[in-house]
Design a protein around this ligand. Structure first.
Ligand code: G3P
Ligand code: MG
Length: 242
């Protein structure tokens, strides 16, 4: 079972910051997951929420602020004094950290609330420019965005993200078409997962931070987990193999 650092190493560092991604890059894990939104001036920035309120000392929606306005805020101090001065990173800055590593990069397009027209194309352009196509995995709760991305770049792996219990999840993914399903932990325990896996679906599960849950998923045989504690869970998986 593979491990993706969810929003970077976000259990020990402020999520979706360069500090969290540098920590993940140091680890011998399969991949890292990050979330992308567009600023008012159409720059790709890495942050989870539509608004900056929870993870910074500022307020407002990302789409209403320019990159230079966003840079004025602190995105580390809310997590701990040691991280004071972290700013919101651009997608390019995050990808640069992994330019010379082997980590797989799951870029989640956060266009399910605000559409951010053109964001998929911008991500594609950057990924190709940086030569990261082989290691990139695009996902979204916005299944239209997944479909559009796959149409533009059939060679890049894409995945549907869902918290719902779906009927015929494998067939739905094929229909989009998507290469994999990223499902929430409760859905992973449902019949839908077993059925989809029997048909050959690739299943990755978020967000798995409890040791017992990791072990349960190992039993089911899912392909990967997204966790805020990648280093800890790597040790758990290694210990389980002995
Ligand atoms: O892609 C897995 C997971 O990141 C989806 O949920 O809300 O943490 O972006 P969220
Ligand atoms: Mg995400």
């Amino acid at each position: 079972m593979k491990i993706y650092a969810h929003r970077g190493s976000s259990g020990t560092h402020p999520e979706n910051t360069l500090a969290a991604f540098k920590e993940a890059a140091r680890l011998d894990i399969f991949g890292v997951e990050l979330d992308v939104h567009l600023t008012k001036d159409d720059k790709m920035v890495v942050i989870h929420d539509e608004a900056i309120n929870r993870t910074s000392n500022g307020k407002g929606f990302v789409r209403d602020l320019t990159l230079s306005e966003l840079r004025a805020y602190d995105f580390g101090n809310w997590f701990g004094d040691d991280f004071k001065g972290e700013s919101i990173p651009t997608l390019e800055e995050v990808l640069m950290i992994f330019q010379n590593t082997t980590h797989h990069l799951n870029i989640e397009l956060k266009s399910d609330i605000f559409e951010y027209e053109g964001m998929g194309d911008k991500v594609l352009h950057l990924v190709v420019k940086m030569g990261l196509d082989e290691r990139v995995l695009i996902s979204s709760f916005d299944h239209e965005a997944v479909r559009n991305f796959k149409k533009s770049a059939p060679h890049i792996e894409v995945a549907l993200v869902t918290m719902d219990v779906l009927v015929d999840a494998y067939d739905y993914a094929r229909f989009i078409p998507a290469d994999a399903l990223h499902i929430s932990y409760p859905a992973a325990l449902r019949k839908m997962t077993k059925e989809a896996m029997l048909k050959g679906a690739i299943i990755r599960v978020f967000t798995v931070n409890e040791v017992m849950d990791v072990q349960a998923l190992q039993q089911i045989g899912v392909h990967a987990i997204f966790t805020d504690f990648p280093e800890k869970m790597k040790h758990v998986l290694e210990a389980g193999k002995i």
